[in-house]
Design a protein around this ligand. Structure first.
Ligand code: CO
Length: 134
């Protein structure tokens, strides 16, 4: 059902510092920070040959990653994103298999302009899972 790994998201309280680590220590190609006010985050995209890493920093009030950083003040892996062909079919199948969809359960437009859903970490080995219709 799930396809390619689209990205791994890492939350940080200091995105410039995190981007510098990926650029200067790991030698990766990193973007400039991009503010996504609708999503409550600033992102830096790290391009790898086979996938992407997304660095996320809270932006504004009620950022969806604020609580995570409270619990993990030095940052950490926030979610993994898998591609699916049909987000509604994926949702219905996973729900029937016992997965909990977060929020309203309706797909919303994610940081890449494509429909996404999040699956509750309690059902996925403690890891928040994002599904993106590729
Ligand atoms: Co994501």
């Amino acid at each position: 059902m799930i396809g390619r790994l689209n990205h791994v998201a890492i939350a940080t309280g200091d995105i410039r510092k995190a981007a510098a680590v990926y650029r200067d220590v790991l030698g990766a190609t990193v973007s400039e920070p991009v503010a996504l006010p609708d999503h409550g985050v600033t992102t830096v995209f790290v391009e790898l040959p086979n996938t992407k890493i997304e660095l996320l920093e809270p932006l504004g009030e009620n950022s969806p990653i604020a609580n995570f950083l409270k619990k993990n003040p030095s940052g950490g892996m926030h979610h993994v994103c898998y591609e699916v062909d049909d987000i509604y079919a994926a949702r219905d199948r996973m729900r029937a298999a016992g997965a909990t969809i977060t929020g309203s359960g309706e797909p919303r437009i994610g940081a890449h302009g494509k429909p996404v859903l999040f699956l509750h970490p309690k059902d996925f080995v403690g890891t928040l899972v994002e599904l993106e219709q590729a």
